[in-house]
Design a protein around this ligand. Structure first.
Ligand SMILES: *Cc1c(COP(=O)(O)O)cnc(C)c1O
Length: 464
């Protein structure tokens, strides 16, 4: 009897997934199911549940990495179980994090005395850098007799900031002084930024580059202005560079650009490992020029091989897999590897920009010269019966996800489309995309012919 029962259960395992009873039932959603189910069925059901979601590699909206080599994926899968914070238990992992910080600080021309850490992403990194700026400012200001209680401290940044800076200012009670982007200046307006500085300014954030348009703030010019400013006052003001996307891109593509620790007033920098560091989300990095810009009280000690290791983080436990993935990329690609990958990405962005220009439908706001992204709006044309939103919809029918959205405040009457080029979006894919784009624009142009029957069918725009 018992024997037979066992046999039957085994037989169930042999059933095709789409013939099992489990597969027939609704996937538990807001309440745990009562019984367990076979792993292969659970796997298939969840996989199917995700089936109609966009394909990440066709998502042209994101800076976040959507491809890693199979060896990297293997290594990361095999190290998912390691908790990055257990430095005593996993001292080799701690050393790998340390190596990555050193490699990154070197790319940013860090001098001997730098200090840095990994984070979950740039948001956590900006939070830490912002806190360090606030604490350092408070110490300097208290010494100089500034009435700390009289006003809120403030932070100066262009209105092209990523939302993490708004979070930082809300969470830590800072006034966000945003310098509006204008049609003539799609990055930080340095004169206006300088005019906003006062004794309560914890720092100025320069962005490399702006999420919306891909443009870099002119950090070198900002630094020169601050050098002048700092010469004539005791109330020193310094720069943090939010290099979430540019930090692991510019050193390879524009090695002569001065934006990092080479500049006197740049005291901290962050970058996302999961953007042009080419790692799956989430890993980020923040480095301070030297320990004097990272107040002691923000550093905590965790036990490490019987000793203590200083750490600074908002999160505690998280997997070490991303750190190990970052180190894999550094070891595997080297400087030349990153450079050739990023240069190719840059070429693809320039190619897209050129093809978009040829269409005579678009005005380019950014042509991929800095960050490899193209950003454009429609040429004004009274006869045109479609919008960028319609074009997004049409492209989605082919699987391409291309976002349409308004620029930030003060320019929000300008609706743009943005394509972020990543390493896994090669020339062939770009070519396919342009072909699809041509077809969809022709479709949109012709759908309006229904209402204007006399107009002839034309192949709009592109040269071949
Ligand atoms: C992406 C981005 C962030 C946030 O980075 P995460 O790594 O996603 O947390 C912050 N600032 C800028 C400029 C960015 O582009």
């Amino acid at each position: 009897m018992l024997y037979e029962k066992k046999n039957r259960r085994e037989a169930e395992y042999l059933e095709p997934i789409f013939g099992t009873r489990d597969e027939d039932e609704m996937l538990p959603s807001y309440k745990l199911g009562e019984q367990s189910m076979e792993p292969r069925v659970a796997y298939q059901m969840i996989k199917d549940d995700l089936l109609d979601e966009g394909k990440s590699r066709l998502n042209l909206a994101t800076f976040c990495q959507t491809y890693m080599e199979p060896e990297a994926v293997k290594l990361m899968s095999e190290t998912l179980d390691r908790n990055a914070i257990d430095k005593s238990e996993y001292p080799r992992t701690a050393e790998i994090e340390n190596r990555c910080v050193n490699i990154i600080a070197d790319l940013w021309h860090g001098q001997e005395d730098f200090i840095g850490t990994s984070t979950i992403g740039s948001s956590e990194a900006c939070m830490l850098a912002g806190m360090a700026m606030k604490f350092s400012w408070r110490k300097r200001a208290a010494k100089l007799g500034v009435a700390l209680e009289k006003r809120k401290p403030n932070l100066i940044i262009s209105s092209g900031y990523q939302v993490c800076w708004e979070k930082f200012c809300v969470y830590w009670d800072i006034e966000l002084r945003e310098i509006p982007l204008t049609a003539d200046c799609l990055s930080l307006d340095i004169e206006k930024a300088m005019a906003e500085i006062d004794e309560y300014t914890i720092g100025v954030v320069g962005i490399l580059g702006i999420t919306y348009t891909g443009q870099y703030d002119d950090i070198e010019k900002l630094d020169a202005k601050l050098t002048e400013y700092n010469k004539q006052t005791e109330h020193k003001v310094y720069i943090h560079v939010d290099a979430a996307s540019g930090g692991l891109y510019a050193p390879f593509v524009e090695p002569d650009l001065k934006w990092d620790f080479q500049l006197e007033n740049v005291i901290s920098i962050n970058a996302s490992g999961h953007k042009y560091g080419l790692v799956y989300p989430g890993v980020g990095w923040v480095v301070w020029k030297n320990k004097s810009f990272l107040p002691e009280e923000l550093i905590f000690k965790v036990s490490y091989l019987g000793g203590e290791l200083p750490t600074m983080a908002i999160n505690f436990s998280h997997s070490a897999a991303q750190l190990i993935g970052q180190y894999y990329n550094f070891v595997r690609f080297g400087f030349n590897g990153y450079q050739s990958i990023h240069k190719r990405t840059h070429d693809v962005a320039m190619y897209l920009a050129e093809k978009l220009k040829e269409s005579h439908q678009f005005e380019l706001i950014n042509d991929g010269k800095q960050l490899p992204l193209v950003c454009y709006q429609l040429h004004p044309d009274e006869k045109r019966q479609w919008t960028l939103y319609d074009l997004s919809d049409r492209l989605l029918m082919k699987g391409w996800q291309v976002p349409t959205y308004p620029l930030p405040k003060s320019l929000d009457n300008q609706v743009i489309q943005r394509i972020v080029v990543r390493s896994d979006f090669g020339m062939n894919m770009a070519h396919d995309f342009i072909e699809d784009l041509k077809v969809e624009i022709t479709e949109l142009e012709q759908s309006h012919l229904v209402f204007h029957e006399k107009t002839e069918r034309k192949n709009y725009g592109f040269t071949h």
